[in-house]
Design a binder for this molecule. Structure first.
Ligand SMILES: Cc1ncc(COP(=O)(O)O)c(C=O)c1O
Length: 396
């Protein structure tokens, strides 16, 4: 009998956090590191949101436990926002407020997946999905899409991976780590396929507002209404409102699923911090101006990064169209003198951090060896300097 349960011992530290902490340690040691590792906006939370939280602190109601599934007024605001942005009507009773969208992913997997159930997971994938699937006893079935497919899986690829044990498809557009955004037709085709195959869909909409150029966010559940009884939407305020540290997300689904997930929550975390919930409510009720100004800044940085990555000979990059990540292929630098002999992107990431003081997350973390994730949620001049250092390291 081991000290740590097998289920938990099989989980590794989130590799995205691992890179960020190594970069932080170097920075604390006085080194001038440029960090492309972090998956969060570099902006402060807009002041009207902070002010609402400060006021909530003085209200004794919020010093007490509240309903485990979330403050009723926040659930109402989430339902309204979903009708507006995703195009389908949900009742506040179909909303569960969670400790961030990450917790909603965990809750959704725990609620839907049984031992041995297969979950279709397009790769490159966000690091938490496979672990959350396994924690629930499920089996991640990875469906790859590389630069040639612009990181978007097709219905044919999903069909090829489908078996009678397939319970769920994980769908995220805009995507972390690839920055890919599926077209309206693609979202609809995949949604129709899932509906026909009786496959549940977990749609992670956390980057819905962060789309650029002619890319658009399309809600799969909104566009394929047959999915409403078999889909779960995960979302939150972290990325759009620069609120990663506040830890407020939510899960939306059919009433029985939300009831079951609420039961789980009532025995695990109870309610999400009331002050943070009030802050999230202020965010959702406060209009889109601050979201839009951050989006415009990300778009400018995106173009800088895309251009500079493209200028590095050997780097293969697809234009990122959403979220705040670029996901180039660095395969041309593996096992080559110009990659200092690195045999994997993990090794290359270590060398680049140590020698060029530039941090990025190797593709291995996302089920896509040979690639690397560069976040462009940092100041324009930092992006430029980091890209110059990378180019110098790679091509001398
Ligand atoms: C695709 C995706 N979903 C969910 C999350 C988690 O968001 P939160 O901070 O609300 O837990 C992230 C954060 O990196 C993400 O990239």
């Amino acid at each position: 009998m081991g000290r740590i349960s097998q289920r938990i011992a099989s989980i590794s530290e989130s590799p995205t956090l691992a890179v960020a902490s190594k970069a932080k340690a170097l920075r604390e040691a006085g080194r001038d590191v440029i960090g492309f590792g972090a998956g969060e906006p570099d902006f402060a939370t807009p002041s009207y949101i902070v002010e609402a939280a400060v006021e909530a602190c003085t209200n004794p109601t919020y010093h007490k436990y509240s309903a485990a599934s979330g403050l009723p007024e926040l659930k109402e605001a989430v339902a309204e926002k979903t009708a507006r942005d995703s195009g389908f009507v949900v009742d506040a009773g179909q909303v569960l407020i969670t400790n961030g969208a990450k917790h909603a992913v965990y809750a959704a997997m725990a609620t839907l997946v049984d031992d041995g159930d297969e979950v279709l997971l397009p790769a490159p994938y966000w690091v938490t999905y496979p672990e959350a699937i396994r924690l629930a006893g499920g089996v991640p079935v990875v469906v790859h899409a590389g630069v040639q497919q612009d990181f978007r899986v097709s219905v044919d690829a999903l069909e090829a991976a489908w078996t009678p044990r397939t319970k769920l498809l994980v769908f995220v557009s805009p995507s972390n780590p690839s920055g890919a955004v599926y077209s309206r037709d693609e979202v609809e085709a995949i949604g129709r396929w899932a509906a026909e195959r009786n496959v549940w869909v977990l749609s992670d909409d956390i980057y819905e507002y962060l789309v650029y150029g002619d890319a658009e966010y399309v809600s799969m559940t909104g566009i394929v209404p047959e999915l409403q009884d078999r889909s779960v939407i995960v979302n939150g305020v972290a990325k759009s409102y620069a609120m990663t540290g506040w830890r407020v997300g939510w899960m939306i689904g059919p009433p029985d699923v939300i009831k079951a997930a609420s039961n789980l929550q009532s025995h695990s975390t109870s309610n999400v911090n009331n002050i943070a919930q009030v802050a999230a409510l202020a965010a959702l009720r406060g209009g889109m101006d601050s979201v839009e100004s951050m989006r415009v800044a990300f778009d400018r940085r995106r173009r800088t990064m895309y251009r500079m990555l493209g200028e590095i000979e050997g780097v293969q990059v697809v234009e990122p169209r959403g979220a705040f990540y670029a996901f180039p292929s660095l395969k041309a630098f593996l096992n080559k003198p110009r990659g200092s002999g690195a045999t994997s992107t993990s090794k290359l990431a270590e060398l680049v951090l140590e020698e060029a003081l530039v941090a990025f997350v190797p593709g291995e973390a996302f089920g896509a060896p040979g690639y690397a994730r560069f976040s462009y949620a940092l100041a324009d001049d930092q992006i430029e300097e980091g890209m110059r250092r990378l180019a110098k390291f790679l091509n001398g």
